[in-house]
Design a binder for this molecule. Structure first.
Ligand SMILES: Cc1cc2nc3c(=O)[nH]c(=O)nc-3n(C[C@H](O)[C@H](O)[C@H](O)COP(=O)(O)OP(=O)(O)OC[C@H]3O[C@@H](n4cnc5c(N)ncnc54)[C@H](O)[C@@H]3O)c2cc1C
Length: 410
């Protein structure tokens, strides 16, 4: 079993974790990433990237079925679902291996396994129940991301009721589909399946779809989706699911009245919860608010030398937020690092991508006062000092640095 000492240890190799590790390495620190699944995290493997690949295929399917609008004609148009999924998985795999290459190029050590805090400045890693490494570092960054929320009564079973993971790799195209939740994830899948020919119903508890987007965009998006044939029920909630051999009946309540709908498959897209379990938070001073780790404006947790970034710390759940919080890794002469949290420093743009004519755009202003990029990325002011110790980061904001394009994020 390897015992190793690093300047920075990052738990989780998603857009938060791998960018942080690369940045730290570029700043001259000895960095390590621990990842239990795929480098690139949810975004590259199960989120942003593979969904867009699927949406592209469904866009092409839609166009092929409307060729005459463009002056073309073709017969016998059909798709090969396995090939559509294979393409999406291939794109994800390619980008994930690109991250592995970037980490190697930047001399970041990658350890394959599940990590958990195991005492001061220590992270224990195991694989298949066996210990593989004990890592020590004055700076541990938790970047374990998030997963789909499940609600009682609509638990994901992977067969009839899917989360985004199962929805990403269908083995057969459902003829009918119920999507619970009309946030970005729900609407992306609703759009994909609709354009692949499924009859799609979306149920949203709020009074409009894409509730985090501007009201005008919501209204415009709804009109566009409905024109395409999507059935949308707002101010509605799914009260329960009755499973049959190969279908599900959902009981939906709207304005105090119940109605039932039977579909082939259900996608639950009712939110995101942070991966706070099994990472050794128990007995530490790290606070968890519902399912998210509480951090200050420097991404510090309540435990000295332990930081948290990205989806683990809550909304907005965006890959570029995760990467940018880590883009501020700086080293002080003592070797302690400083990160700036998303909440304290930046403005993030989000865009919901669908096959609709509307691409809803919203700007999430997290801090009007410093809502610019000027503190986003700082370059080291001095090389690492070999005698460094885990001293606390400065209380005052780090001095403004030169903007350096975080090319690793692209
Ligand atoms: C369907 C879908 C579509 C999305 N589309 C977009 C989009 O278009 N644009 C956008 O900005 N965002 C999108 N997102 C959100 C985006 O994926 C996340 O915001 C982003 O991945 C968060 O990065 P992260 O590094 O914080 O966490 P993650 O990407 O979740 O990475 C965390 C990593 O930590 C690993 N890990 C967890 N626990 C441990 C442990 N104990 N030991 C070792 N490793 C561990 C996990 O395996 C994972 O690889 C989408 C998400 C989904 C689900």
């Amino acid at each position: 079993m390897a015992d190793q000492n690093f300047d920075v240890v990052v738990l989780g190799g998603g857009p938060g974790g791998y960018v942080a590790a690369i940045r730290a390495a570029q700043l001259g620190m000895k960095a390590c990433v621990v990842e239990r699944e795929n480098l690139g995290g949810i975004c590259l493997n199960w989120g942003c990237i593979p969904t867009k690949a699927l949406l592209r295929s469904s866009e092409i399917n839609h166009l092929l079925h409307n060729l005459k609008d463009y002056g073309f004609a073709a017969d016998n148009i059909r798709f090969d679902l396995a090939a559509v999924v294979k393409r999406s998985r291939g794109v994800a795999r390619q980008l994930s291996s690109g991250v592995a290459h970037l980490l190697k190029k930047n001399k970041v050590t990658v350890i394959d396994g599940h990590g958990r805090l195991a005492g001061p400045n220590t992270l224990a890693v195991e694989k298949d129940g066996k210990p593989v490494a004990t890592l020590t570092s004055p700076n541990i960054i938790l970047a374990t991301g998030a997963r789909a929320r499940t609600l009682p009564g609509i638990e994901v079973d992977g067969k009839l009721v899917w989360s985004y993971r199962e929805a990403m790799v269908p083995t057969a195209m459902p003829k009918s589909l119920l999507v619970i939740g009309s946030g970005a994830i729900g609407i992306e899948f609703a759009s994909f399946y609709l354009n692949m020919g499924a009859a799609v119903t979306v149920v949203e508890v709020m009074d409009r779809v894409l509730p985090v987007e501007d009201a005008e965009i919501s209204a415009f998006a709804r009109k566009s989706f409905e024109k395409q044939g999507m059935k949308i029920l707002t101010s509605a909630s799914v009260k329960g699911l009755t499973k049959h051999a190969d279908s599900v009946t959902a009981t939906i309540e709207i304005a105090g009245k119940s109605q039932e709908i039977t579909v082939d498959r259900v996608i639950s897209a009712v939110g995101i919860v942070g991966n706070v379990e099994g990472i050794g938070l128990e007995g530490t001073k790290i606070k968890v608010d519902r399912t998210h780790v509480v951090i200050d404006e420097y991404c510090r947790t309540g435990e000295p030398g332990i930081y948290a970034i990205g989806d683990l710390c809550g909304a907005p759940w965006l890959a570029h937020k995760a990467s940018r919080t880590t883009g501020v890794t700086i080293n002080t002469p003592t070797g302690a690092i400083t990160l700036l949290s998303a909440a304290g420093s930046a403005t993030y743009q989000s865009m919901t991508v669908t096959n609709s004519a509307v691409a809803a755009t919203d700007v999430i202003v997290l801090n009007q006062k410093s809502g610019t990029d000027k503190y986003i990325l700082l370059v080291p002011q001095s090389p690492p000092d070999p005698s460094r110790s885990p001293t606390p980061p400065p209380e005052a904001p780090p001095q403004e640095g030169r903007w350096v394009s975080p090319s690793v994020c692209r």
